[in-house]
Design a protein. Sequence first.
Length: 355
Amino acid sequence: MSAAWGRPVLLGAPELLKAESRAVVVRAQARGGPVPTVILKHFPDELVCGLDDWAGAEFLTRQGLDVGPRFLAGDVAARLFVLEDLGPGRSLEDALRGEDARAATGGLIATARLTGQLHARTMGLKSEYDLVRQALPPRPQRVRVENARYLLEHEGRLLRWLAAVDAEAAPGMHEDLETVARTLADPGPFLTFTHGDLAPGNVLFTPNGPRVLDFEYAGMRHALYDALMWLVTLPLPDELVSRADITHRITLSSQCEAAQVDSQWARARATLALARTVNLFQWLPPRVLEEDREWAPGLSERAALLHHLARCHALLATADGFPGLARTLESLESRLRERWTVPPFVWPALRQSGF
């Protein structure tokens, strides 16, 4: 830090914020620095995630985008980098689990708008991002190619689910999966910088509006990868999903002509929803048939699987293509609903909201 700023910097006693396998995170006072307190992130074991996090923060800082904490300094040998401290605040997850419906719904829409701004303002900046990321020890392959390969290489995990419930893969399923993977690897006009792990706990509300934290899975990929948070992942009322979708689309459309075309937008949503739904069946083994566990606080694995299938079905209904994969997932959903009765999940803040 002293070298980066050209003057002595003295750090105060660290306050441990998080100690996980991916990173150890502390807050400390920085006497003599450009900000009063800083966040230090140490990634002793997860080198690729740590460097992706570093590169994402540095890239956004270089572009002057006020989306997350500013990157301040780093040391590859120490596997450590330093960020601006945004201070304490409530997360989007705090809002959804609270009692204020207006704060929760407004927070989600503000997050969708911020995400659209992030995507719009990083359209066409692939080379600029690559310069930052490749200046660090380079990753084995581009994150979007990694996502596409995972989808295809673990097709057998989806087939095991089908066999476990006596369902069959419809003709054309594999070819549709290849089409989805090709779009992940080459998003065309939707290629932009993405957070990669947009979740309610990674959105912090500050006096200057929402900011996004933790870029461990960031990289250049399809813009709607981040939109999966409201399109597929979170159990949300349809009206709120539509509002977030429209907000993101309008904001992104300022720089992305493809987002202005209804058919292209519908197909993009369906493509990414298919990828994420298949991914969930690749991440969770068929043992869920015998034992249900918590997937996220208040939401079980069975509930998550059924929710993903339902949202994917709804998005496929608005788009052309993918008949083989669509029929396969419909068959799987039907079999699972015969086995499971899962009560709907409602966020505490939305229970009395009228949605």
